[in-house]
Structure formats: C-alpha cells, structure tokens
Design a binder for this molecule. Sequence first.
Ligand SMILES: [Mn+2]
Length: 351
Amino acid sequence: MKKTENEEVRAALAEAKSRAVELLSAHENIFILTHRNPDGDAIGAVAATVLTLAGCGKKPVALINEIKSEETRFMAECIADYTLYGESPERLPGKDDLVLLLDCANSERVDRCFADLVKSAACVAKVDHHQDSCDALQYVVDVTDPGAAAACEVLCDILFPLAAKYGFTPGRDVATALYGGIMTDSGRFTYSCTTGDTMRTAGALLDIIDGDVSWMSKRYYDLKPLTSLRLLGVALLNTQIFADGRVALLAIRDDFYSQAGGKPGDVGYVIPQLMNIEGVKISAVIKPAEEGDDREFRVSMRSTEEYDVAALCRTLGGGGHKCAAGAAVYADSIDGAFETVKGLCLGALRD
Ligand SMILES: [Mn+2]
C-alpha cells in the first residue's frame, strides 16, 4: 500500500508481504529482534508483532538487550511477559524456529550480543523500510519498503492479514504500538517520508484505538526531565557553525553531563534540534560510543533534501536515510572524530 512508482516493484512487495504471512503462519516459536538502541518504531514493531502472534496462538519471544531511551521504554511495557532482556537470553531459537528482524536494515545492526544468533539461525526473515544493499545475510523472506515512513507502516500489511487468518482481531494495544512506531519515525507526521498511505494507515489505527492519543506525542516528544533540557542548552552553546552557516557540528563531551545533568540517552533529543538553526543544510552530532572501545565514536547526521547524509555515512561504513543517517567513526579522540566528520560535511557542500 505504498507510493512505489514501479508496478513491478509494487507487485514484488505485495508478494513478499503475503510470503511473510505464510512464513509466520508456518512457525510456532518466533524470535523477534530489532536494531540495537531501539527507537519508537523498533519497539512499536516488536510489540505489535509479539501481541499479534500471541493473539494467533503462537509463541513469540522478543529478545531485547537494552532500551536506553526513557521515551521508548514505555512502549515495551505491554510485552513484558514475552520479552527476554539482557545479553544472554535463557531461551534461544532452535533449528526449526523463525528469527524475525524488524526495523533493522542490516543484520549487523542487531546488538552485538545477538550477532552470532542471527548468523547461525536457519531461518531469518526481515521487515523494514530502509534500503541496504550491503546486508550479507540471506533472508527466507525480506519485506523492505523504502517508500514507507516506518517499519510499523509495512507491518500493518502483514499483521492484519495474519490475524484475519487466525480469526484474531488486533485491539487497541496492537494499534497503539503500530501508531506509536509510525508517529515517532515520521516525526509526528512531519518528515518528508510521510505519505498519503502513512496517514491512511495511521488513520485506520486511530479508528481501532478509538480514543485520545495526544498523550503519546506528549510522552514521547515533549516531556523531558529538566536535566535533559539543560543538556540541550549546553549542547547548543557548544555547537559550532561552518561554511557560512550551512554546517552545524557538535561534539558531545563528558563535561556536558557534569554541567547540565542528563545522560547519554538524552543526546537523541539534541540531534534534530541542530536542523532548526536557520540556514543549516547539514548537521552532525559526534559522541563517544556507548559500547566498543575508546577509539569508537558515533556520528548522527541530518540534512535538508538537497544533500544525502546516508551517502556520507556509507563512506564510514554506516547508513540510514538520505536526510538522517549514522555511522561509527574511529579516532584517537573526539576531536579527531570531529575533524573527520567536518571534512566529510564540507566536502559534501563542495560536490
Ligand atoms: Mn524505523
């Protein structure tokens, strides 16, 4: 149900979705994973899938190492009974079990602790909305719709037909999880990925919810501890502007937290704010990686439609969307990582 222009692509996508329904029908034990440091779309997708599979009489297990953001944690509360947290789950997929990756463009983006599990699984399927040509894993079914605003939007076309097959009617909890995923990945329906289909899908979900959802937007976006808002203040004071105001760069230093309070998870709130600075075309936030060694840093880049930060991130081995992407940067210090990213951004303006 997407805007894909090419009829053949659209037909292939519809076929992949019905194969996903068949595959889920054929398995009883289904292990669901998403990308590390899961966001609202990731957790919404996991929650909706788990609840639907359970409603169909199946045995879903969500494997989640850790949810770092407070805003997202509440979305996983509804699947607490089906979720194994931590690095070493007490149940692992057997050879006949299905492993399903959701909102995870590349199998390398799962938590490192699950990498071997995914690599050695006999049967892995994927439902996503990021195009990634570098994924080496062979999927039994791969439903990737780059025209969708969220993995949750793609999932609607799989979970509802699946539920219908089993005579299960997804209720408010499933619809809330899916709506939450679409709302967050589309930036409350403001990002350019938002299409008529996104709105129609969200509208159908609202009909099921049949109640007030304004609390979700407030809970996910607006309510912040004072320390997080202070962290934004310190971050903006330390943002550097280059190329006549077209590039905004920020290195998150450890002393920000002693000045403002807050914690590394709050940085996600800072990243999109740099694109609100008038005249900025490309922005990047560089921070120490939360896992990995001392030489590893993470960069989150954003851009206007004229630029392609996914291409910039791919040169570092990362990826994402054209206007929102990320990668790891390796350097001896955060200043070194900053210079690498600065070089890339200034280079993109010259091209
Ligand atoms: Mn997503």
